[in-house]
Design a protein around this ligand. Structure first.
Ligand code: SAH
Length: 339
C-alpha cells in the first residue's frame, strides 16, 4: 500500500493496530510532507522495529513524469501510473501564488461534448496517493511550494467521492501539505446528490460548477449529466448549498461560438443565477483538434461579459494559460494515447 494515500486518522489507527503509539502518526506525516523523506529509514524519532514494520507494510513509490511542456507561467505534466495509465496535471504561476490543477480519474464518464477527457471513457478512479503525489512530485520538480489546488484536471471528482475527501484531508492538514481550504477548489459538472453531501464536509473548500449553459435545451446538448440533474434540480440544490455553507460558489461558463454565447444567452444566465451567492468565471474555449467546437471571438466574449456586468452579476474572464501546449483538460493524455 502506498503511504501517501493514508489520512492522518488512518495512520493513527495503523499505529494502534500494530500495538504502537498513536502520536507517531503526526511524526510520520511531518517526515512525509515537511521533510519529504525517500526512505522510512531516514526517520530518527520512531523506534527501529516500528520503522521496519512501516517499511514492510507501505511503499513510498512515486509516479513517473513522462513529459513536461512549458510556456510562460505554466507547465503541463504527463504522468504514467503503475498500470501504464496516463494522467495530467497543470502547474500555473499567478500573482497570488502557485496553483496546480490535478486529475481525479483516468478518463471520465461524464461525456461533455466539448471536452477532450470525455471523448475517452473512464478507465478507473485515481487512488488517493495518485492524487497527492501529483502535488508532491511537481513541487519537487520546480522546487517551489504549491499554494493553491484546483481539482479540475481529468475526471469528475464527485464520481470518485471518497478518495476525493481523503485527498482533501491530507493536503489540507497542517502537518500534511497545509494547503488552506480556501485555497482549494473542487469542480463538478453537477452531480446533485454529491453536492448535497459536500455541504456537510468539514473543510471550507470552494465549490465550482461547470454550467456552460443557462437553459436545459443548451445544457442537454453539450452535457449529458443535465438529463439526469437538469437545471431546475441543480439550481435549487446550489441555493441550499450556499445558504447552508455560507460559501460563495463559482460557475464556470465556457464560451462556445454559436452554441451558448449570444446576447440572449447572457441575459438568460444573469436571470438563472439571480439570488445565488456566486460569481461567474467566463472561460475562453481551448479548441482541440478532435472536436468541432470553436471559441467565441474576443468581441463576443466582451459583449457577454458586459451584459452580465450590467445585470449586476459578479463576473471575471479566466486568464488563459498554455494555449500553445495543449493545456485543455485531457489533451496531453489524449495525444499520448492516440500515438
Ligand atoms: N469534471 C469536472 C472537473 C474537470 S473539467 C467538471 O466538469 O467540472 C474542468 C473544467 O474544464 C470544466 O469546467 C470543463 O468544462 C472545462 N473544460 C473542458 N474542456 C475544456 C476546453 N477544451 N476548454 C476550456 N475548458 C474546458
Amino acid at each position: 500500500m502506498n503511504i501517501y494515500g493514508l489520512t492522518l486518522e488512518k495512520i493513527e489507527n495503523y499505529f494502534l493496530t500494530i500495538g504502537s503509539k498513536k502520536f507517531h502518526a503526526k511524526q510520520l506525516f511531518s517526515w512525509l510532507y515537511e521533510k519529504r523523506i525517500e526512505s522510512f529509514f531516514e526517520i530518527t524519532d520512531i523506534k527501529k522495529e516500528v520503522i521496519e514494520k512501516l517499511d514492510e507494510d507501505f511503499s513510498l513509490s512515486r509516479l513517473e513524469i513522462v513529459s513536461k511542456q512549458e510556456d510562460v507561467d505554466v507547465c503541463k505534466y504527463l504522468f504514467e501510473l503503475a498500470d501504464s495509465s496516463y494522467i495530467e496535471a497543470v502547474f500555473m504561476r499567478h500573482d497570488y501564488g502557485n496553483s496546480l490543477c490535478v486529475s481525479s480519474q483516468v478518463g471520465c464518464n461524464m461525456g461533455c461534448k466539448f471536452c477532450e477527457s470525455g471523448r475517452k471513457k473512464k478507465v478507473r478512479n485515481l487512488e488517493v496517493y495518485e492524487m497527492v503525489l501529483q502535488i508532491l512530485m511537481i513541487e519537487a520538480d520546480i522546487l517551489e511550494r504549491i499554494s493553491h489546488v484546483v481539482v479540475m484536471g481529468i475526471g469528475e471528482p464527485f464520481d470518485n467521492y471518497d478518495n476525493l475527501l481523503s485527498f482533501l484531508h491530507i493536503i489540507n492538514h497542517p502537518k500534511g501539505l497545509a494547503i488552506g481550504a480556501r485555497h482549494i477548489t473542487v469542480s463538478t459538472c453537477g452531480i446533485v446528490p454529491k453536492i448535497e453531501l459536500f455541504s456537510d464536509f468539514s473543510l471550507q473548500v470552494n465549490l465550482a460548477i461547470s454550467l456552460h449553459g443557462a437553459t436545459n435545451k443548451i445544457r442537454d446538448k453539450i452535457m449529458p449529466i443535465n438529463k439526469v440533474y437538469p437545471l431546475d434540480v441543480l439550481i435549487p440544490t446550489l441555493k441550499k448549498y450556499t445558504e447552508k455553507t455560507k460559501r460563495r460558489i463559482t460557475f464556470e461558463y465556457i464560451l462556445l461560438s454559436g452554441i451558448n454565447d449570444s446576447d440572449s444567452d447572457a441575459a438568460a444566465l444573469s436571470k438563472l443565477v439571480k439570488g445565488i451567492c456566486c460569481y461567474i468565471n467566463l472561460i475562453p474555449y481551448n479548441e482541440t483538434n478532435n472536436l468541432e467546437f470553436k471559441r467565441s471571438n474576443t468581441v463576443q466574449i466582451m459583449r457577454f461579459y458586459d451584459i452580465l456586468k450590467k445585470n449586476n452579476v459578479n463576473v471575471t474572464i479566466r486568464r488563459e494559460f498554455g494555449r500553445n501546449i495543449s493545456a485543455a483538460c485531457g489533451q496531453l493524455r489524449s495525444k499520448k494515447e492516440d500515438l
